[in-house]
Design a protein around this ligand. Sequence first.
Ligand code: UD1
Length: 428
Amino acid sequence: MGSSNEVIVIHGNGNLAGEVAVSGAKNSALKLMAASVLGRGATTLHNVPLIADIDVMCEVLEHLGATVSRDGHSMTIDTAAVDRNETPYELVTKMRASIAVLGPLIGRFGEARVAMPGGCQIGARNIDMHLVGLEALGVQFDVHHGFIVARTPDGLHGAQVTLEFPSVGATENMLMAAVCAEGQTIIDNAAREPEIADLCAMLNEMGACVSGIGTSTIAVEGVAPESLHACEHTTVGDRIEAGTFLAGGALTGGPVKVTGVDPAFLRMAITKLEALGCTVRTGEDWVSVERTGPLGAVDIQTLPHPGFPTDLQAQFMLLCALGEGLSVVTENVFENRFMFAAELMRMGANIDLEDHHAVIRGVDGLQGAPVSATDLRAGAALVLAGIVAEGYTTVHGIGHIDRGYEDYVGKLRALGADVMRKDIGARP
Ligand code: UD1
């Protein structure tokens, strides 16, 4: 982000067609990096996306004493010399996912100090389930001057835990501690996101014993912390980036082919694209979308995987905004994730918000306007909106987009969109 004040300017030419390769999944790579702490050596990760959130996780690991070296999309993290167990406020406030090191630090050292995450734009995002799960494994928590201080006076032991909600972060933090606990841990109502399966696979490559991978009941047989070792692992493709480009293809008609992702990760999104009037084709590691008729209407509710992902909610709300008829989008995962709707209305969309429901009446077209990215996915969706809007759209707050999309502008340009970054001078 730097000190410059960049925006993305889009001239709505309605063009988006061709083939695009997705990067490695942000939400996977961040946790794989955190897990490297357990390996006490040089772990190499491949297919790591070049995005700002990954840079923050590098800082977190370096702060702990790790050495990180990068070569394109590969990264080697040597955690042999990690001798600190504290993650400071500055880094946790920059990126909430920094708390993913809590589980691995507890697993390796039996203790950790992690700054408490503050509020976040997309809802409360509490960590109560992380703490309840870890407490069941024998962790005791105190809050000291804004830090969560974790200790394990009697060691870590296995436990059976049923999560109140299949939280992605809580499942991951529990997993990364449980691999070092004495005895068996069962995580019931575990999150089933493909990124969690990726993490489980890496933990097993490091010498852990995790089963039930990809299901809502994950079993972990604890091993001695010293027996875990470094490994080499390739990050799974980013299904959300893929879904974003597919939404773009559905918006313009495409055809857009997205490569580097397992279509099985996108089943619900594909179902909704078809319901909206698109033709979707899939191969082993690609998905394509095309539309010749008008966009229709569809009802969508976000749910934990394999339900419709909240991270694609804004992109699909955009499709509904230009579809024929009435659509209802219901957000069940995060409260307060409809800020995008207000921006889209400034471009001419017709949306009524009622609690966690958005009632969308399709309009014939959108008009370019200055708009603000309120979060990462909203930002990506606003750029797509600009591609089909009449005239020019300027998206502000694009630091959000840089957090999670590698070279978004470059990839859209390669697909024919008239999109560019522009520095509009120093921030006020
Ligand atoms: C992860 C993803 C995010 C995605 C989300 C849901 C990363 C870095 N981020 O976020 O992109 O949108 O999964 O798929 O992987 N909650 C609690 N208490 C807890 C934990 C969660 O109340 O202890 C609530 C949250 O406030 C939220 C919901 O549960 O409303 C889902 O959170 P969770 O599944 O944990 O998402 P994250 O891991 O934060």
